[in-house]
Design a protein around this ligand. Structure first.
Ligand code: F6P
Length: 366
């Protein structure tokens, strides 16, 4: 799609929002290199997501020196937060908690810092905030990120591949100890309401049972799969997505964030206890947690992050505001940011990966 070229741009801002994810630094590095090297723009980094706009001293110039050596590093050099939607910020005034709308302060801070455009690297939440600020006049371009791979506007998000690799390696390690002790091992992985990490890592890591949110499980079927395996192998490997739930039952949660977002967790323990009680097989649970978000990005995520970062800057140069870069294999395209925040990308229960899983004898607990 062609846009009007905005020759007036001299300075852009970049921020990372939401949960961190491997590959964020690759995006920042590519964006800075492209903005400075190709377009001769000044680049400002906003610390800790949108919060940095509201705090003194949290907007700093990014130079080529600032991004040197960060490509293999996990996390984000800018810092991030998955709390504090600026449209509904919880603040304490006189000891009393109040919800305030800080969006106008963000627009003012953006203007006062001399930025002409803003690149927001974020997941569903941060891109939704970017979309709402765009509607208020902020010239914004989005870059999709999440280990969950649950954004439907892009074929894949960076960070996901690293998370799947980490979970696969965990399964390799669990296999050897499971086999030695003749145990069932349950691995709980992240992904929120999408089962992508569980499914891909489960297939790659040779799991016997994979439970995902898209296919509510029947614990009797899970247990009979374990019993069936007992006949020829004295151990079993179960991968459970944190958002998995029993048919007719509830999702397992460990409370809510300050913003009221449900924190998922506990299903691994729930499944492990049920297996042990019903089958008598000694069972242990491992919650992989934030190990999936940390550490060095895979080459896939570094490459995708680099492509997204460079493409986001080209999109700014074309005046493609209110849009987001996305992978439509084999190309990097741009899509309406509203589309990006719409439908979740979840596993198709009749899709190819599920068929493969069943073909190779993996039980999906249903
Ligand atoms: O969205 C990424 C993610 O890692 C989810 O998979 C997980 O449910 C959530 O973030 C954890 O968030 P927090 O870092 O707040 O514990």
């Amino acid at each position: 799609m062609a846009y009007v070229r905005r020759n007036t741009i001299k300075c852009i801002g970049i921020l990372t929002g939401g949960g961190d994810c491997p590959g964020l630094n690759a995006v920042i590095r590519a964006a800075v290199k492209t903005a400075i090297g190709r377009y001769k723009w000044k680049v400002l980094g906003i610390e800790d997501g949108f919060e940095g706009f509201l705090r003194k001293g949290s907007i700093k110039e990014l130079t080529l020196g600032s991004v040197r050596g960060i490509l293999p590093r996990g996390g984000t050099i800018l810092g991030t937060t998955n709390r504090g939607n600026p449209f509904r910020m919880v603040v304490k005034r006189g000891g009393v908690e109040k919800v305030v709308d800080s969006s106008k302060r963000i627009l003012a801070s953006f203007r006062d810092s001399g930025m002409d455009a803003l690149v927001v690297i974020g997941g569903e939440g941060s891109l939704g905030i970017a979309r709402d600020l765009y509607k208020m006049g902020l010239p914004v371009v989005g870059v999709p990120k999440t280990i969950d791979n649950d954004l439907s506007a892009t074929d894949i998000t960076f960070g996901f591949d690293t998370a799947v690799n980490t979970a696969t390696e965990a399964l390799d390690r669990l296999h050897t100890t499971a086999e030695s002790h003749h145990r069932a091992m349950v691995l709980e992985v992240m992904g929120r309401h999408a089962g992508w990490i569980a499914l891909r890592a489960g297939i790659s890591g040779g799991a016997d049972i994979i439970l995902i949110p898209e296919i509510p499980y029947d614990i009797d079927k899970v247990c009979s799969a374990i019993k069936h395996r007992e006949k020829h192998s004295k151990f079993s490997i179960v991968v459970v997505a944190e958002g998995a739930m029993p048919a007719g039952g509830d999702i397992s949660s460990i409370g809510k964030t300050a913003d009221g977002v449900v924190r998922l967790g506990g299903v691994g323990d729930r499944v492990a206890r049920a297996i042990e009680e019903r089958t008598g097989v000694e069972t242990r649970v491992t919650v992989l947690g934030h190990l999936q978000r940390g550490g060095r990005p895979t080459s896939f995520d570094r490459l995708l992050g680099t492509r997204f970062g460079a493409a986001a800057i080209d999109l700014v140069a074309r005046g493609g505001f209110g849009r987001m870069v996305a992978l439509r294999t084999p190309s990097i395209v741009d899509v309406d940011i509203v589309e990006a925040c719409g439908r979740l990308n979840t596993v198709d229960p009749k899709g190819d990966l599920i068929v493969t899983a069943r073909d190779v004898g993996i039980s999906l607990g249903a």
